[in-house]
Design a protein. Structure first.
Ligand code: ZN
Length: 177
């Protein structure tokens, strides 16, 4: 396994819509190794999600894992989830505003409204089509990662940049608890 280099905002790959992975390639050694590398990279940088364009690969793959969740203590952890060619089937009308950050938008935080619940269809790493229902923080992370696959970042979803905050100032002035 290998820790991959993270592309930051400004690298064209972050703004390039990615291509679907051909279904028959999902179980190939190359894609499986890449999934392992994405998971290792996400864990190394303590991200809760990582999309393939963030590691310079313009393919529709995202990995998500939340081991501890101080912000939503009632919701519990999110198990390791691999989404390949994800399609969001439905989203709740109810939106919640909360802080987001991104490994590709280094050391910033901003407030982003996201649908509180959604259903997404994707292939898992075995090449099986799965449907995932998500709420709260898990739903937020799925929306954030699916945005990466169409070349969007959380800044595009902020209704105003007035809450855009450097990480240092976020910790100092805004972080709760
Ligand atoms: Zn991100």
């Amino acid at each position: 396994m290998a820790i991959l280099k993270v592309a930051r905002l400004g690298h064209p790959v972050i703004r390039t819509p990615s291509a679907p992975v051909p279904k028959e390639l999902i179980t190939s050694a190359g894609v499986q190794r890449f999934l392992d590398d994405m998971i290792e990279t996400m864990r190394e940088y303590e991200g809760v999600g990582l999309a393939a364009p963030q590691v310079h690969v313009s393919q529709q793959i995202a990995v998500i894992e939340v081991t501890s969740n101080r912000r939503y203590p009632g919701e519990g952890p999110v198990p390791l989830t691999v989404l390949i060619n994800p399609k969001i089937l439905s989203m709740s009308k109810k939106h919640l505003i909360d802080w987001e950050g991104c490994l590709s938008v280094h050391e910033f935080r901003g407030q982003v409204p996201r649908a509180d619940a959604l259903e997404v269809e994707a292939y898992n790493r075995k090449g099986e089509k799965v449907r995932v229902q998500a709420k709260g923080f898990f739903a937020r992370v799925i929306q954030h990662e699916c945005d990466h696959l169409v070349g969007k970042v959380f800044l595009d979803r902020m209704p105003t940049l007035a809450t855009l905050t450097h990480l240092h100032e976020f910790v100092r002035y805004w972080q709760e608890g």
